[in-house]
Design a protein around this ligand. Structure first.
Ligand SMILES: NC(=O)c1ccc[n+]([C@@H]2O[C@H](COP(=O)([O-])OP(=O)(O)OC[C@H]3O[C@@H](n4cnc5c(N)ncnc54)[C@H](OP(=O)(O)O)[C@@H]3O)[C@@H](O)[C@H]2O)c1
Length: 312
């Protein structure tokens, strides 16, 4: 008889599935991170990566719902698009305007929400509920990996793309005192600054480099991903010696020209692995109702991305 208890890496008729949908998705380290966690928790679930074009996203979500998937993660380019295909949006998705985690579940007559990964598989219609676990992961990574509490901090944010926008809004909601936005396309930074002024009037916002010390420099540009990339930071306009900590959302490679500069200037530094880890841990907790084994997930990410046996 098929078992609900996991034999690690043995699939059977009771195995439940979760997946990350994206395009491209082959580089994703999420399956390694989540499958290590599922083994640790003894859950007979597997997590896979599925290449899905944006035109097929709706059908892919429908297919996963009808195949009894526990949940999904969404990555580039699906996070905003998926907002339209959810039956329900959690406040986190509404607040940050993007869905990176889908939980399949049922609404009981009482109004209680029961994820399929935590309840009876038979019952009323299965609904897709969208969450955003990315934004809180930034705050947790800054706290746990860099020892920085953004509330009341002065922050220089480099980049105003999808990740930069989410970081700026989440930092504003957290109550940073001053936010400096720098982006190659200045109009995009100005647009983001206007949005923050409107939604978070208590935050002082500037487009351009700071004129004094900051607690944090946060890189949300993609400069540093490729070999030969220069730093996104203009050392003629600001000195990293005026920053306490530098966080780079990039985690592959493990260091970037910006992080190298920051270490040389004596700043505390961390790369973006923690962000990836904490959004995944939060998703797993939403699906399973269990505490995510963060150390196991971190070690799996290190092995998958850097080829190391454990955390460094
Ligand atoms: N650690 C994590 O879990 C995590 C999660 C999400 C994203 N990320 C990382 O965050 C970075 C941004 O991702 P995204 O989704 O926001 O991408 P995106 O929407 O494409 O935005 C890219 C950003 O990088 C800037 N940029 C690109 N090329 C540049 C160049 N040559 N010089 C200066 N600026 C340049 C863009 O400026 P323009 O506006 O001028 O084009 C924009 O601000 C990526 O490195 C991604 O890997 C990490």
């Amino acid at each position: 008889m098929a078992s609900d208890v996991a034999s690690p890496r043995i699939l059977n008729a009771s195995t439940r599935l979760c997946a990350v949908l994206g395009s491209p998705v082959r580089h994703s380290a999420s399956p390694a991170m989540h499958n290590a966690a599922l083994d640790e928790l003894g859950l007979n679930w597997r997590y896979v990566g599925c290449e899905v074009n944006p035109e097929r996203l709706r059908e892919a979500i429908e297919g996963a719902r009808h195949l009894g998937f526990v949940g999904l993660n969404l990555t580039v380019p699906h996070k905003q698009l998926a907002m339209s295909w959810m039956d329900e949006l959690d406040e986190s998705a509404r607040e940050w305007g993007a869905v990176n985690t889908v939980v399949f579940g049922r609404r009981e007559d009482s109004g209680d929400w029961i994820p399929v990964g935590q309840g009876d598989a038979n019952g009323g219609p299965v609904l897709a509920r969208g969450y955003n676990t990315d934004a809180d992961a930034i705050i947790r990574a800054l706290n746990e990996d860099l020892g920085i509490e953004p509330r009341s901090a002065r922050v220089l944010l480099l980049g105003a793309g999808g990740a930069g926008r989410a970081a700026a809004l989440r930092l504003a909601a957290e109550g940073v005192s001053v936010l400096y936005l720098v982006n190659r396309t200045v109009a995009r930074a100005e647009e983001l600054a206007s949005e923050i002024e409107e939604r978070y009037p208590a935050v002082e916002i500037h487009v351009g480099y700071p004129d004094g010390d900051v607690e944090l420099v946060l890189n949300a540009t993609s400069l540093g991903l490729k070999t030969g990339d220069v730093s996104p930071f203009d050392g003629n306009l600001y000195s990293l010696g005026q920053a306490d900590g530098v966080y780079d959302m990039i985690y592959r490679p493990s260091s970037t020209p910006l992080l190298d500069q920051a270490r040389a200037a004596g700043c505390k530094t961390a790369n973006g692995l923690g962000m990836l880890l904490y959004q995944g841990a939060a998703a797993l907790e939403l699906w399973s109702g269990r505490r995510a084994p963060v150390a196991v997930m971190r070690a799996a990410l290190h092995r998958e991305i850097y080829g190391l046996e454990g955390p460094r």
